[in-house]
Design a protein around this ligand. Sequence first.
Ligand code: NAD
Length: 408
Amino acid sequence: MDLERKHVQTKKKIIVLGGDGFCGWPTSLHLSNMGHDVVIIDNLSRRNIDNELEAESLTPIQPMGTRLKVWEEVAGKKIDFINLDIAEEYDDLLKTLHTEKPDVIVHFAEQRSAPYSMKSPKHKRYTVNNNINTTHNVLCAIAESGLDIHLVHLGTMGVYGYGTAGMKIPEGYLDIEVKTETGERIEQQILYPTNPGSIYHMTKTQDQLLFHYYNKNDGLRITDLHQGIVWGTNTEETKLDERLINRFDYDGDYGTVLNRFLMQAAVGYPITVHGTGGQTRAFIHIQDTVRCIELAIENPPQIEERVMIFNQMTETHRVNDLAKLVSELSGGEIAYVSNPRKEAPENDLHVKNDLFLSKGLNPTTLEAGLLQEVTEVAQKYAYRADFSKIPAKSTWTKEQQPGIPEGE
Ligand code: NAD
């Protein structure tokens, strides 16, 4: 790749919260490569969760210091790093805003696994404390700083719930008609009613209310990206040197569905489908995630505008169809296991994503990228896999069985 060709018209100072994570790391590199001045804030809690679960990324992740040194060697660009707990260290966060004076903050810094959030009362409480406090501290600090900062937050398609009565899920707001006391009919738009399916998703629905309030009360400029499940591992930038490689989680708690299937196929482990596999989910490739964030930064809302919401997904698929696709590509067999989640066994999902497409997103399709992902990542690092970490162990209720193959 010709690094010199990457440039932006207006160089911005951008703080990436959670910039050591699966989405945050490639986004930080991409924005730095575009010519922006990037600072990462992260408390490395995701690395500590790896220690807690005794599960590592399939790909070898370098320490933060090495990642940043290699990026400087390869790209000639410097990214600063501040180790700070955003949920706990409010004063340091505020001080950092005063010193760095960012134009944009991209907020990825939340506990992002639904199964992890359902593991035990301790994990539920951690997820609520961490996620709601990080989001509120960021909003409160922006308002207190008096700086005009555009906040771009990573939300989830899961805030909508997965049953939509056959209609296409709009981008954040629902058109409704109300009847007044005098019988007059008035059209309105309201925030789409939320229907979270886990404690993690519940924290993301609370985030929406916090955004709504700070936008209304303090005039904060906020973009909330309702993202689908991210698949894939590398982006143009993380491919430049093996030491820049991105995370690939495959364990029962953090492994997102498609990456888990790819890895299972690569190591010859049955592709485990939860329940009938009739659940339909929204997906996006990691390369498109970083591009969408670039587009969101380039298209900020105006001060008087409400919170801008984009659906950040490119394809929807039934889980069972994905399993079949991966099985056809790899020859791996499918195993149906009990579903550890409390959810409808089957659902349809139709989603509007016109906003990003209209701003120039050209999606990476599953059809085009899947085989490459199997061979270049899953098979290459299969020797690092710990099979004992694959089965899902968290359950949504005490009565449910973990996701072990039926019959065992
Ligand atoms: P991740 O766990 O890999 O990254 C999150 C990062 O935030 C980690 O590096 C972690 O150390 C950091 N962090 C967490 N709490 C923090 C705190 N209190 N202070 C400082 N740093 C903290 O997760 P990800 O997959 O990169 O997800 C990033 C965001 O995108 C999340 O908000 C998630 O809800 C959203 N999202 C992810 C997906 C997906 O498929 N991965 C899909 C939809 C939405």
